[in-house]
Ligand binder design. Structure first.
Ligand code: C5P
Length: 402
């Protein structure tokens, strides 16, 4: 988002009180933000607050010589790389759909050539009204993008659809829209999380993995414009913006899903903790303790799961395949052996004996290894940054294969 230019048009609805939080998320990410308020908007959010947060004049009037003298309305429209309308009230959507230019906000919206994202917020009955839906349809046909609205409790006391999307979700969507596009045109498959192998109807064996690293890679690739399919074991994580997610439980299901996506994929990142073994005879009923002799333990026979990474690496052709290795000791030699055994293009090795990195944490310290013997040790970094470094390497590998 660094240096990217976002113009925020604020409509006059109660949800405008969330706007400073949105602006803050953008400016923290390094974006330059300018605000235009409708006349009604300033009843819900203070222009002075927005001016302080953006460190730029806030514009409200089309005809104020002072404001217009500082930055002309066409200049504002031309300046923006992305225009976000939040909250987009029913009235503002109607005026946009009609192509009106009867105040500064609508004039700028008519004049801009930047992509426009509207974030509707209103009473559920106003949202459901045929007029509002028709206006939205018109806007969609013209290429206007829509974020939300969410369902839930509304400020007016009603329940239903009409809540403005959370500032965090809006910020994620805008970051996606402003992404670098460096991976545009590439289909990427990411596996994440641990697989769960059933013992019986209620019990299972699983691998420890929060899925955070894989989700961070999927999110970053989508931000860079890749078409991302995230094949995920059970996790408590939200699907990153712009990512298609396929939920699986077992290693066999993960293999089926990976193979189904294989042909169309250019890049495959296997960050999932795939269980190496599964119970040989999973019972579809619960195994009862009472059925076992007193004090008798449960004997489980485990069979090997297929090694998905080795299988796809062997038939990858031009595809770039990335594997992960979680090691508790002798990290580097073990990772080097694993890279040779798996046959992938890049191996990301984790030292899981460290308490500040790896499982469940938001930070990771990894070593990147390639078959030519190159080894790059990264310092302890947020998983989002590790994802970025891994994808920089993936982009280079793709470039070398073109
Ligand atoms: O063999 P190990 O589990 O240590 O290797 C880790 C790498 O191999 C990860 O990239 C993981 O996603 C992948 N893997 C796999 N199928 C398995 C086991 C691991 O694809 N059965």
């Amino acid at each position: 988002m660094n240096g990217r230019k976002i113009l925020l048009v604020v409509g006059g609805g109660i949800a405008a009180y969330k706007v400073p939080e949105l602006v803050r998320a953008w400016t923290k990410a390094g974006a330059e933000v300018r605000c235009v308020l409708t006349e009604a908007a300033s009843s819900f959010v203070s222009p002075l607050v927005l001016q302080s947060l953006t460190q730029a004049p806030v514009r409200q009037s089309l005809f104020d010589p002072g404001e217009e003298g500082q930055i002309g309305h066409i200049e504002v429209a031309d300046w923006a790389e992305l225009v976000v309308v939040a909250p987009a009230t029913a009235d503002l959507l109607a005026r946009m759909a009609q192509g009106m230019a009867n105040d500064l906000a609508t004039t700028v919206l008519l004049a801009t050539r930047a992509p426009v994202l509207v974030v509707p917020a209103m009473n559920v009955n106003m949202w459901d009204h045929a007029a509002t839906q028709a206006n939205l349809e018109t806007l969609r046909e013209r290429g206007v993008l829509v974020e939300g609205p969410d369902s839930g409790e509304l400020a007016c006391g009603w329940e239903g659809q009409g809540r403005m999307s959370d500032p965090e979700a809006i910020a994620a969507r805008t970051s996606l829209l402003l992404g670098t596009r460096s991976m545009h045109g590439n289909r990427m498959v990411v596996t994440a999380g641990g697989t769960r192998e059933p013992i019986d109807a209620v019990r299972s064996v699983t691998n420890r993995s929060s899925g955070k690293m894989g989700y961070a890679i999927a999110a970053e690739a989508a931000r860079r414009g890749a078409e991302v399919v995230l094949i995920s074991g059970p996790t408590g994580l939200a699907t990153p913006a712009g990512v298609r997610r396929v939920d699986v439980e077992t290693a066999l299901e993960m293999r089926t899903s990976v193979l189904a996506e294989f042909d169309a994929a250019r890049i495959i990142v296997m960050s999932a903790a795939v269980a190496d073994f599964r119970p040989a005879n999973a019972s579809d009923r619960k195994i009862k303790k009472e059925d076992l002799a007193d004090g008798e333990g449960l004997q489980l026979e485990m069979v090997r799961n297929p090694d998905i990474l080795a299988e796809i690496s062997a038939r990858r052709d031009q595809r770039v395949v990335v594997g992960f290795a979680a090691e508790s000791h002798d990290v580097l030699p073990a990772a080097r052996r694993k890279l040779a055994r798996k046959g992938c293009d890049l191996l990301v090795a984790n030292d899981i004996s460290r308490s500040d990195a790896g499982f469940e944490t938001d930070e990771n310290a990894v070593i990147l290894l390639t078959p030519d013997g190159d080894t790059e040790e990264l310092p302890l970094l947020p998983k989002t940054e590790v994802a970025s470094r891994i994808l920089d390497r993936v982009e280079k590998l793709c470039g070398a294969r073109e």
